[in-house]
Design a protein around this ligand. Structure first.
Ligand SMILES: C[S@@+](CC[C@H](N)C(=O)[O-])C[C@H]1O[C@@H](n2cnc3c(N)ncnc32)[C@H](O)[C@@H]1O
Length: 298
């Protein structure tokens, strides 16, 4: 009952101008607001799969009570609650483009009673301004402050992932062990047919993903090395992401019930799921978890 009320409020109050808004709430259960593609190896519910993807990332970068995180693209804050609650991280700050999501994330942290975070450290802004002191205001991102940069299912949306990697290196290179971790989309094959390219580029355009961000894993690794990273570790988890998301969307009664009456959202998720299934089967895209260590600046 309470869930239904929240969903109604979200759909009504949905910002018309924001691409990343609160609409993924419709896919979630309980009081979760996750908005990623999920890791479906052992999950049969959207929120569970999204949380599992976050755990995969946390494991990849050895998240612990010694982690001092900068989280880029933190959505509605579910992952922030996880980093603080489960991994008990030492410090957490983040930047997120969506106004509605950032506002909600802060409110949820207040409601959760989290005392180990300064809400001023969660900034609404563009990751392109990561190194701009004006973005952070009073919270200066000082040397040694951050030892982990995370981007959970969002770097492909950034204006330039290459720039994000370079900026992240600058933040991490003063730490003894500075790590970056991302779950991300890469190109499976450089030599796509004309037909595949047309479909891919149309979907990237509709999904507001810059074409230049969709590169092969080997080009991705080159960009990490150029930025200053080494010890690159990547894992292809496509089989547990692309197809299962679509299968869940088709089979889930909960999802269907909630999306009924919201044709726009239903269409968006259906088209996305169909595209991802196609992209996986035709070997156009892969979904990967990547971590890398920043070379220490001498
Ligand atoms: C697919 S959602 C993933 C949200 C969240 N990480 C999760 O797993 O639920 C992509 C996120 O990237 C953020 N984002 C997109 N472009 C951004 C930018 N230029 N700067 C900062 N955040 C950005 C959006 O606000 C959104 O929260």
């Amino acid at each position: 009952m309470r869930e239904a009320k929240i969903d109604k409020k979200i759909t009504k109050g949905r910002s018309q101008s924001e691409f990343h808004d609160l609409s993924e709430r419709l896919l979630n259960s309980g009081d979760a607001y996750w908005g990623n593609l999920g890791f479906w190896k052992c999950a049969n519910d959207y929120s569970m799969a999204c949380e599992a993807l976050a755990h995969q990332l946390a494991i990849k970068v050895n998240l612990s009570e010694h982690s001092r995180i900068l989280d880029a693209g933190f959505g509605c804050g579910d992952q922030l609650l996880l980093w603080l609650g489960k991994y008990r991280v030492e410090f957490l700050c983040g930047v997120n483009y969506s106004v509605s999501q950032t506002k909600l994330a802060k409110q949820r942290l207040v409601d959760s009673g989290s005392t180990n975070i300064n809400l001023d450290c969660l900034i609404q802004g563009d990751v392109s301004d990561l190194l701009d002191p004006a973005l952070w205001g009073e919270i200066l991102i000082k040397d040694y402050l951050i030892n982990t940069v995370l981007a959970l299912d969002c770097a492909y949306h950034f204006p330039s992932r290459k720039q994000f990697l370079a900026d992240s290196y600058k933040l991490l290179s003063t730490s003894e062990v500075g790590r970056i971790g991302l779950t991300d989309i890469v190109l499976a094959d450089e030599t796509l047919s004309w037909g595949k390219k047309v479909i891919l580029h149309s979907m990237l355009y509709l999904s507001r993903i810059p074409k230049s961000n969709i590169v092969t894993l080997s080009e991705y690794s080159n960009q990490l090395v150029q930025a200053g990273f080494h010890q690159i570790d990547s894992q292809d988890i496509s089989e547990h992401v692309f197809e299962p998301f679509g299968a869940w969307l088709t089979s889930s009664k909960v999802g269907r019930r909630k999306l009924k009456g919201n044709i726009g959202a239903w269409l968006k998720y259906k088209v996305t799921a169909a595209f991802l299934t196609w992209a996986y089967r035709k070997q156009v895209l892969k979904y990967v978890i990547i971590s890398a260590q920043a070379r220490q600046r001498s």
